[in-house]
Design a protein around this ligand. Structure first.
Ligand code: HEC
Ligand code: HEC
Length: 289
């Protein structure tokens, strides 16, 4: 505890820490504020939000969508100058609609011009459904659970499920799908890539249980070789875990490799002397060999 505050309190450390944090956050944070955004003052196609919503309220809601899903406005909103599906940027200085704010673009080109009222993009239509769902959860379900304390009500929001990613799937499921559709090696590469991109955010759970649970599922599904590949990754990521060598033992035993299994159970016991299951396995394998 004392180390970090002391460092942070010294001015020479403050700036590098702050700079490092900003550098870490930058690639993750959706940056609607960067591109000059032309947002109209009145809204013509609201079907769920109140029609009389103020512009600051609407923008606050939209920012919460973007942050909750880790995306930018154009994830849901179609470009003003595009036919459906066309995604390329307008060339710098492209003439906008008459009367629209024709702000000069930054070095990147023309200001971001989106047709916010358009329902062209499927993502926007899904988001509208999600908005209805969230409203329903809060108003029709949570509000009616009498036992919940009114003073400390927690509202469900986009971020409650999405945790900063557009497709809110648990990491174990994502990697399991990689194993099924590609290979265990592909899952390992994907894990490393997601960890580089998302570690420290709320998006995915990179603790050891994720890989252990996946290995357990694979082993129980008769995919011992795939389980071992995942457990190699887990051993590399969590070298002090006693669960990983135990699961390696279980998988090797299932494959008939008693000698290999015994070595892994012994290793599990070294790391986790209170692991009774590993102790039983060691006794069994030593006795009945
Ligand atoms: C996850 C999808 C999503 C993201 C991201 C998103 N929006 Fe929206 N936006 C919607 C939906 C859905 C509606 C329509 C709500 C309704 O029907 O009540 C909407 C409506 C709007 C409207 C009103 C359009 C009209 O005239 O009816 C504006 C303006 C708007 N968004 C601006 C933004 C801005 C600016 C951003 C980026 C900060 C943004 N939105 C990000 C989904 C999104
Ligand atoms: C109760 C959990 C939950 C909440 C709350 C929630 N979502 Fe979702 N959302 C999901 C799930 C699950 C999926 C994936 C559905 C599928 O593809 O089967 C999803 C998918 C989406 C997608 C499609 C993403 C893509 O890449 O195709 C959008 C857009 C979206 N949600 C927007 C929102 C918005 C905006 C909010 C807040 C108003 C919200 N969601 C709140 C669970 C939730």
């Amino acid at each position: 505890m004392p180390l970090v505050p002391n460092l942070a309190a010294r001015p020479s450390f403050r700036i590098p820490i702050a700079a490092a944090l900003i550098a870490l956050l930058a690639p993750l944070a959706p940056a609607p504020a960067h591109a000059p955004m032309v947002v109209p003052d009145s809204f013509t196609n609201l079907k769920v939000l109140p029609k009389n919503i103020t512009k600051p309220q609407l923008l606050g809601t939209m920012r919460a969508f973007a942050l909750g899903l880790g995306v930018r406005c154009d994830f849901c909103h179609a470009r003003a100058d595009s036919t459906p599906g066309a995604a390329e940027r307008a060339p710098a200085g492209a003439p906008g609609a008459p009367g629209a704010a024709a702000r000069p673009g930054g070095p990147g080109g023309a200001p971001e011009r989106l047709n916010f009222a358009s329902d062209t993009k499927e993502e926007k239509r899904i988001a509208r459904g999600m908005l209805r769902m969230v409203r329903g959860i809060n108003a029709d379900y949570l509000a009616k659970i009498a036992e919940l304390k009114d003073s400390s009500r927690v509202e469900v929001r986009c971020v409650t499920c999405h945790h900063g990613v557009a497709m809110p799937r648990p990491l174990t499921d994502i990697l399991a799908q990689d194993v099924t559709e590609k290979s265990a090696a592909a899952a390992v590469i994907h894990y490393r890539q997601l960890k580089t991109q998302y570690y420290g955010s709320a998006a995915y759970d990179f603790r050891e249980f994720t890989l252990e649970e996946l290995a357990r599922q694979l082993q129980q599904g008769g995919k011992g070789d795939d389980a071992l590949v995942i457990l190699d990754l887990a051993a590399e990521e969590f070298p002090r875990s006693g669960v990983v060598p135990f699961l390696q033992g279980e998988t090797l035993l299932q494959k008939g490799d008693r000698t290999g299994a015994l070595a892994r159970y012994r290793r599990a016991l070294e790391l986790q002397p209170q692991n009774e299951a590993a102790r039983r396995r060691v006794t069994e394998l030593q006795g009945g060999s």
